[in-house]
Write a protein that binds this ligand. Structure first.
Ligand code: VAH
Length: 306
């Protein structure tokens, strides 16, 4: 049985649905701090900072895989640095310890391009590029990568991880990310509203369409154990674009669409991040290849939102 911790989140919402399609409703237990839609069966309210609560769910339901998708993201995290560190790390420690002690077979830990900072090649950020995160969120993901590597080396726990770029999808609203402008922009475009962007026009960031992000996750988790060489977290690339470019792709569908730029504190976070990710290792070790480019993403997003 699979347990998803943080199933209400941007990724958790979609991954829960996909995993239920593949393994059956009865094989996937979703959990989060509160029940989002009352219809959701096989949902358990869980505060993942509570070790006993995590252990009870894993033991009682004979959990064999855990997707740990609960965390406070980059922008929101900067409003409460110590609280963000506590929540992001405590929940991970609980998942790792319970998994080790109760023989969970596989664990997924989402990392992020937010683990990278300045003083590296932002146009070709390597798997091995230096991690100097500028946000508490990024620090918690870099630390998390070291912890999952430690649990793999010391206890043989099969924890796998991806450094997601900004994820864009229509199925769920993101919360508190710096890349979330690229989701909101579509919602504003279909309402014919003028879009106010909190990043400057030329702020290029690595992004990935939701379907590619989900497929990468499933392909990583289904790969033979011996193929997973990187036991911190794999660089993953989808596409890279800036607000001006995504607005232009939207204008092909909504010629009257208008965008204006009002950078705020999130500009500083974005400026610390890479622009283009090198994901050679993911391509080599488990045959990663993205399907969506900006044009196809925009068409798909608009078709599903209008
Ligand atoms: C964020 N969407 O903006 C997340 C992600 C790379 C971006 O980590 O914080």
């Amino acid at each position: 049985t699979i347990l998803i911790v943080g199933s209400n989140g941007q990724l958790g919402t979609v991954l829960s649905h996909e995993l239920r399609q593949i393994y059956g409703d009865g094989s996937v237990i979703t959990s989060d701090l509160f029940k989002k839609n009352v219809s959701a069966d096989n949902f358990i309210t869980l505060d993942a900072t509570d070790y006993k609560a995590v252990e009870e769910i894993v033991v009682k339901n004979k959990i064999t895989q855990i997707y740990h998708l609960a965390a406070i993201l980059s922008a929101k995290g900067e409003q409460n640095p110590l609280g963000t560190w506590d929540l992001n790390m405590k929940t991970l420690f609980n998942v790792l310890e319970v998994s080790r002690l109760h023989k969970v077979e596989k664990v997924f830990f989402p990392s992020s391009i937010a683990v990278f900072g300045n003083n590296i090649d932002k146009e070709n950020t390597l798997q091995s590029s230096n991690l100097t995160p500028a946000t508490v969120y990024g620090m918690s993901k870099a630390a998390g990568e070291n912890w999952i590597h430690y649990y793999y080396q010391k206890y043989g726990l099969d924890v796998r991880s991806l450094r997601y770029p900004g994820v864009i999808g229509y199925q769920s609203l993101p919360g508190g990310g710096t890349t979330d402008y690229a989701v909101d922009i579509y919602h504003q475009a279909i309402k014919n509203a003028e879009f106010e962007c909190f990043l400057a026009a030329k702020t290029t960031l690595p992004m990935i369409y939701m379907d590619d992000a989900i497929r990468a996750t499933l392909e990583l988790m289904e790969a033979p154990r011996e193929n997973i060489i990187i036991r911190t977290s794999y660089n993953l690339a989808g596409m890279s674009f800036n607000p001006e470019e995504i607005a232009a792709s939207i204008k092909e569908h909504y010629p009257g669409f208008k965008i204006k730029y009002k950078p705020d504190f999130r500009q500083g976070i974005a400026d610390s991040w890479p622009k283009i990710i090198n994901d050679t290792d993911a391509r080599k070790d488990w045959n990663w290849k993205p399907d969506y480019n900006l044009k196809l993403m925009t068409k798909t997003m608009i078709d599903n939102l209008k």
